[in-house]
Ligand binder design. Sequence first.
Ligand code: CMC
Length: 426
Amino acid sequence: MSELDQVTLTAGEKSVALPVLKPTLGNDCVDISKLTKETGLFTYDPGFGATASCKSAITYIDGDKGVLLYRGYPIDQLAAKSSFTEVSYLLMNGELPSSDELSKFEHEVTHHTMMHESLKSFLQGFRHDAHPMAMLAASVASLSAFYHDTLDLNDPEQRRLAAIRLIAKMPTLAAAAHRYTAGQPIRYPRNNLSYVERFLHMMFEVPSEDLELSPVVAKAMDLLFILHADHEQNASTSTVRLVGSTGANPYASVAAGITALWGPAHGGANEAVLKQLAEIGDAKNVAKAVERAKDKNDPFRLMGFGHRVYKNFDPRAKIIREMTHKVLGELGVNDPLLEVAMKLEEAALQDDYFVERKLYPNVDFYSGIIYKALKIPTEMFTVMFAIGRTPGWVAHWLEQQVDPDARIGRPRQIYTGSPSRDYTKG
Ligand code: CMC
């Protein structure tokens, strides 16, 4: 943190004093909100690499040190000691729950997991091979049609209820999308199971036999959800906030977040990583893949490498890396793609191109290998990310609703088109 209280910007004859805002942790921020009024100037920052869009008390990242805190708690401590439902409560409410508060929260989430029966016919409108992310985005957006009577955004209880419904129903909608494309009957959520077990049951139980839930699988999935639960102002969360800034309802806002997550530069990377590892196919082809990734005339990138904020190891990737070996060992899975992944990681970490640009494996590099071992179909990987990220999205949406500084999000531009000209018939 610097000692500066303000910075002075000189624009020709004019000097403007711009206040410097102090965070509890992290970089100071120059408040440029009065800049245009004072000087007529806009600022240009494609990709918002240096621009804070809001104040937030939810998550903190130090990209150089590889630190990630949810509400002040380090991710490795939460991964080791907490559960996904407890982390969801923490993100939404700001504090860890007492055991009584956690039981009430879990009870409430459990009793909002059902989806409206007519959503089944809605899903049946999709082609048999629809991507589950398309189905998830559409079915989450459709929730606003089912709960339009509780969408008074000025009522804190209705806002809270919408957040609970989103956390509760996301696994139900995700599993329903999978079952529809798999041609299997949709399963109802079971109240006697935990959040993750319930999801696994809806994904994998078939009428012909009983499903034995593996504690190893349930534990691994709970951990993966914790690691994905929030990541401050990433593209999908910023999308939720941008849509939320217009006064749109939380279901519409989160549906937009899901579509933003889908891109391969963001949550779609986990699906892309696995496809890429399969294409590389063998550890002996790794060097060629690394060379391709470095070739500026080739659009090929190593999926699962690099991050806008982390310029050191992604702390989530560290935890997942360890877990991958453990889970594959416990499940007795011997996946040759793990060998390809390890060779790729080793080759990239020793290569000047990747070292100079600080391109380390990110959260998505290993998660696909675990999801595969847990028998999650590849096209469901980004859906898994969406389930994990839902508490983060709703926490940000809730925070935005009571932010006194919140305004409709409306960036400016540098216009590069034609100057004004008179219309003439061609
Ligand atoms: N493979 C090869 N080169 C890369 C890669 C990569 N994966 N990532 C970045 N670079 C190069 C890039 O070409 C550029 O080189 P130069 O300086 O010579 O032009 C430099 O590194 C900086 O990259 P950038 O594109 O300016 O960085 P960014 O902050 O805009 O993008 C990123 C970050 C994550 C989109 C990018 O690293 C990427 O596309 N990675 C692969 C996709 C991926 O794994 N995404 C998941 C991100 S983590 C989970 C999540 O947030 O959803």
